[in-house]
Design a protein around this ligand. Sequence first.
Ligand code: C5P
Length: 315
Amino acid sequence: MRSYTLTAPAKINLYLEIIGNRPDGYHELAMILQSIDLADQIEVRSLSVDTIRVHCNHPQLPTDKSNLAYRAAELMTTQFPEAFSKYGGVEINVKKHIPVAAGLAGGSTDAAAVLVGIDLLWKLGLTQSELEELGATLGSDIPFCVAGGTAIATGRGEQLSPLPSLDHIYIVLAKYRSLEVSTVWAYKTYRQQFGSSYLRDESLAARASAVHSGEMVKAILKKDATEIAQKLHNDLERVVLPEYPQVLQLRELFANQQGVLGTMMSGSGPTVFALTESEQQAQAVKLKIREAIPDEDLELFVTRMTTHGIIIRNS
Ligand code: C5P
């Protein structure tokens, strides 16, 4: 086959707890990640020349090495040089639907799709865990994007324990197009402001394992949307909300809508999401938010939880 088309879903954080510093400069996390139906389409195609080309329908996205999808392809060429010389270069077409720089892992999921696509193009037969390991070298969220569904993520976010999948809960997403929050800034500021309250290193394992038996996991096991919504948590809100009044405003607006079971910022933001029990309720909430904030800079989406990571559409 000379080309594959893949669907690459976004994620939201149902739970994000920062439990310590790591010697590598990252933070030790305890998260619960959830795939959602909002997805990019990625096409990977063999080229007769030994080069990597990225095209994207989103004008603001780079198509050079600063794009994670490019770096994913480059990683495959260095890891599998024989396949690279046998099959040639790769052209990647990214159709963006996921908001950019949003805390929804849009770049990470595109990179995950490139790894899966090149594995197919080059007939490498990599296992899911091999793909996840490769992904982890590029970004902390990429292993989850390969796997998808509902999962506990610890370590940098790359160590995954799958949970029973959820797909019956609807989501309204809100993001100001022009608003970006630097993930590096968010973690650094959290460390400066709250780092002294971290537990000592020897307690990290206990803290990470606490999430496995915690209230959110119990709610997920029951598939109870109301309880899941009540247990939403994100430590990064402590630094992002005071600094970005627009995010705080969205958070408060969502919380006051009828039908909203719970609301939270995703990842390091600035996307805010709200959970509802039905699509009808989600559409009604979207309408209310649009009425309250007619600003076209605000993007609104209705989506739902989904059970899968990268899907191979056709070849
Ligand atoms: O792994 P990734 O490149 O996606 O992470 C982006 C940034 O987020 C890192 O450079 C780091 O500043 C921060 N981060 C962190 N601890 C993690 C994951 C990300 O500090 N566990």
